[in-house]
Design a protein around this ligand. Structure first.
Ligand code: BMA
Length: 824
């Protein structure tokens, strides 16, 4: 098979000639507008520029180019197809003036027949992108179908297009369009390979040794008579197996002593390579290659004293899922390539994640994304792309469209060992039961049931039979049976934040798997500066409120109100960004500590949300420019294999150690009730032994005597864990009063910097107690091994500053602040 890539410069024109620019493809309209200087020196994110996007997109656009085929492209082939991996969304495609096809689903890959329309030498291609806004308006007029309204263009559910491109409660309304994934011509001789599916059966011999039977089958398209497929499997250590079978027929490979794939924190991620080659009479027609891993994955749903468990069981081990929700990485989807996926998922792995949830209001990620999840050991909870809206499932054409879309996407990803769960939709079962404002009729409910409880599970079972299917998130198993039941299935908990409850409220609840909960903050101040003028840098300015999409733009008020519960008012916008991130980090820490203290009863935490698709105030732990907020560091600590946590209540404190992964913990716990000067009021020490994947309460102390008479404003609990070798594992601070009540002393922090293997090593010393020490660079950005931590008087800490640029750093470039600096 020969391929001709149509990537390169295309011309983009609107119907009546208002817009006439050039753009690099794969790419989209708003990406091209930005690159052609439409926003002057600035970009789409600058101030309120994004507000113009819906009006710009409200028309048809033509994308066109000329191209010259290599001389031998058309010779010696029977069929030419246009392989469109992603067109966004409603198109008509012409080659040399002849219409070769139409598309109407951004989530699908289309092969369009282009045989007979191409010629030797120069050719032209033109793709008309029809107005998707006009299309959804028209559909809504015919039959109105409800979709969530929180700053989202009505009717996003009437088109198979990235829902959040119509806006969301964290994203701008940028209904982009264009060639968002690769576009190429394929010249096929006789036949080409289709999808390769893999299934694996894990067996134990009598002697107890493991064996895996790997079954592969690839389809082929075209004239397949007399063709055969040769599979070559190579193990991570280089051992190979070969099998041959006809297209569509299964070939089994028996693997003795399999090298098992594990999620991050439980073992390695060995990958096997499978090559498929399509032959006809000894002649190679086409080839493909993929990587897979050997593992079993199940949903652990065991009835127990509280209800029914809900967790991932991998290779027979039930784990506590630690992760977050991922949304599209950019409003311009074509711009979110391999590099940003590698960075984002690398940041997840570095924060001790073993799991992510791909949320259903965006896009199905590309191949690279899952390959990276396989390598990093991140289990993927994959929502199908349906969120916060109703769909017209009683329409047969719509169901047929879904069949094609989901078959296409699931067959593309089903071989990935990271794929752990297919989930029907985001929040729709719950919406029927609990979102009071809804008055949906029987038809809506019947359509819901048909789509997620019959049609999609059957389809999912057909395409990826070994991947568990879950009807909705949250759900307790379906049929509108108390979908957000804390005792069964997964839960979305929003009393903290949307409900305005203090973040300590979460401790009153017990969940089996918390798949959504979250808390907002401003992005880093540097990020704020990237989209504001100086005069805008106030939480309630129009620009700051525009870069905030929750609850009628009221989110900033909520951020400030929550921060006021715990902290004094920041002296400027920079300080308020920092303080907002501290409240967010504290909310996250409180949640995960509580969930892990109850390990077993609870088996998972995927917080809302890991990333942003533009620079904005939101629930994310990493902002659009990849800057880690305090929350991401807090999650890295809270998701550590060994977690020390304190649970305070009045003047009481309980100390827990929770373990995850394959190892337990043995070592020593030391705690001390202290003053900021370092003076110790009371102390304790004990040896600790905790089994793998459990949580133990190690101490319960009553400090009412020591904390009486407002002494809680001066005294705090400092707890420390060291392992058997005396290696420091953990330090934790607990105050029994809000930080705003404490008169923090000057910690007299000192920092030294020296070059080290991964960048620089910072040595920090504190003369007195320091709260929420933040490390940053005045110019540029860096990730640190730890950040936003407390220090005891006399403590010395070594922190790695990860750095691989040639630029040299000195202490002067380090920016350090503590909580005290935010109001002084
Ligand atoms: C959820 C999500 C999103 C939303 C978030 C914050 O439950 O599913 O729809 O962005 O809450 O409101």
């Amino acid at each position: 098979m020969k391929a001709f890539d149509l990537a390169g410069v295309w011309r983009i024109r609107s119907g009546c000639g208002t817009y006439d620019i050039e753009g690099n493809m794969p790419g989209t309209l708003f990406q091209a507008l930005e690159e052609s200087g439409y926003w002057g020196e600035k970009d789409l994110f600058w101030r309120e520029n994004n507000r113009k996007c819906p009006e710009i997109a409200d028309r048809d656009f033509m994308f066109s180019r000329r191209f010259t085929l290599p001389d031998d492209f058309l010779t010696d082939s029977d069929r030419i197809s246009l392989d469109a991996e992603g067109l966004d969304t409603l198109t008509e495609i012409r080659i040399n003036g002849t219409v070769i096809g139409r598309t109407e689903n951004m989530h699908r890959r289309y092969y369009l027949d282009a045989t007979g329309v191409l010629k030797q030498g120069e050719n032209s291609i033109e793709i008309t992108f029809f107005n998707s806004l006009a299309y959804i308006r028209e559909k809504q007029e015919k039959r109105y179908i409800w979709s969530a309204p929180d700053n989202i263009i009505d009717g996003f559910n009437r088109i198979r297009k990235c829902s959040s491109s119509f806006g969301w409660d964290w994203g701008p309304q940028v209904p982009d369009l264009g060639i968002w994934r690769s576009l190429s011509l394929k010249a096929v001789r006789r036949a080409r390979l289709g999808d390769t599916r893999i299934s694996q059966e894990h067996l134990k011999d009598n002697g107890g040794t493991d064996r895996v039977i790997l079954s592969c089958s690839s389809t082929a398209e075209g004239n397949t008579e007399g063709t055969s497929i040769r599979y070559t499997l190579t193990s991570p250590s280089g051992k190979t197996w070969q099998m041959e079978s006809a297209p569509g027929k299964q070939a089994d490979i028996v693997i003795g002593n399999p090298e098992l794939w594990w999620p991050n924190g439980y073992g390695g991620q060995p990958l096997y390579t499978l090559k498929s080659e399509l032959f006809h009479k000894g002649q190679l027609l086409d080839r493909g290659e993929l990587k897979t891993g050997l593992r079993t994955v199940e949903l652990d749903r065991t009835p127990d004293e509280w209800g029914e468990s809900f967790g991932f069981r991998v290779n027979g081990i039930t784990l506590f899922a630690m992760g977050g929700n991922i949304i599209p990485r950019d409003v311009c989807n074509a711009r979110a390539g391999r590099k940003t996926a590698e960075e984002l998922l690398g940041n997840c792995r570095d924060a001790n994640f073993n799991c992510i949830r791909v949320w259903g209001g965006g896009i199905y990620p590309d191949r690279d994304f899952y390959e990276i999840c396989d390598r990093f050991g991140l289990l993927v909870w994959q929502d199908l792309m349906f969120a916060c809206a109703l769909y017209e499932a009683d329409c047969p054409e719509f169901r047929e469209e879904l069949r094609l879309e989901i078959t296409d996407n699931l067959s593309r990803i089903s071989h990935h060992p990271s794929l752990a769960l297919i989930c029907g939709n985001n929040e729709m079962e719950w919406a029927f039961e609990e979102w009071e404002q809804m008055r949906w009729d029987g038809r809506n409910k019947a359509e819901y049931t048909l789509q997620y409880e019959y049609f999609l599970p059957e389809l999912s079972k057909k395409v990826t039979p070994l991947t568990p299917y879950w009807k909705a998130s949250p759900s307790s198993g379906g049929f509108f049976d108390n979908p957000n039941d804390p005792d069964r299935g997964d839960v979305h908990y929003w009393d903290v934040w949307h409900g305005g409850a203090p973040f300590t409220d979460l401790r009153k609840h017990h969940f089996r798997f918390l798949s959504e909960y979250g808390f907002q903050s401003f992005p880093s101040y540097k990020t704020v500066c990237s989209y504001t003028e100086e005069g805008d840098r106030n939480p309630y300015s129009p620009v700051m409120e525009d870069h905030q999409r929750n609850g009628d733009y009221a989110g900033n008020r909520k951020i400030m109100k929550y921060a006021a519960e715990y902290f004094r008012l920041g002296k400027d916008m920079d300080a308020n960004c920092y303080l907002s991130q501290l409240s967010q980090a504290e909310a996250g820490r409180y949640a995960v500590e509580h969930l892990r203290q109850n390990r077993g009863r609870c088996l998972g935490s995927t917080y809302w949300q890991v990333n942003d698709n533009w620079p904005v105030a939101s629930w994310s732990s990493i902002d659009y420019y990849g800057r880690w907020k305090a929350l991401h560091y807090a999650m890295k600590r809270a998701y550590a294999p060994v977690l020390l946590s304190c649970r305070e209540e009045g003047a009481m404190a309980e100390i827990y150690v929770s373990t995850e992964g394959m190892d337990g913990f043995k070592g020593t716990l030391k705690w001390a009730l202290k003053e900021c000067s370092g003076r110790i009021i009371r102390r304790g020490e004990e040896s600790v032994q905790v089994a793998p994947r459990t949580s133990r309460k190690l101490a319960a102390e009553d400090f009412s005597r020591e904390l009486a008479g407002d002494r809680n404003r001066e005294r705090y609990l400092s707890a420390e864990l060291t392992d058997e070798g005396g290696r420091h594992i953990w330090r934790d601070t607990t105050w029994f009063v809000q930080y705003k009540k404490i008169d923090l002393p000057d910690p007299e922090l000192k920092a030294g910097l020296k070059q080290a293997a991964e960048g620089y090593e910072i040595t920090l010393t504190a003369k007195r107690y320091a709260a929420f020490v933040e490390l940053d660079l005045y110019e540029g950005d860096a990730v640190f091994s730890d950040n936003y931590f407390d220090m005891d008087a006399g403590e010395e800490r070594r922190i790695t500053l990860y750095w691989n640029s040639p630029e040299e750093l000195s202490e002067k470039k380090l920016k350090i602040r503590t909580l005290r600096d935010s109001y002084r």
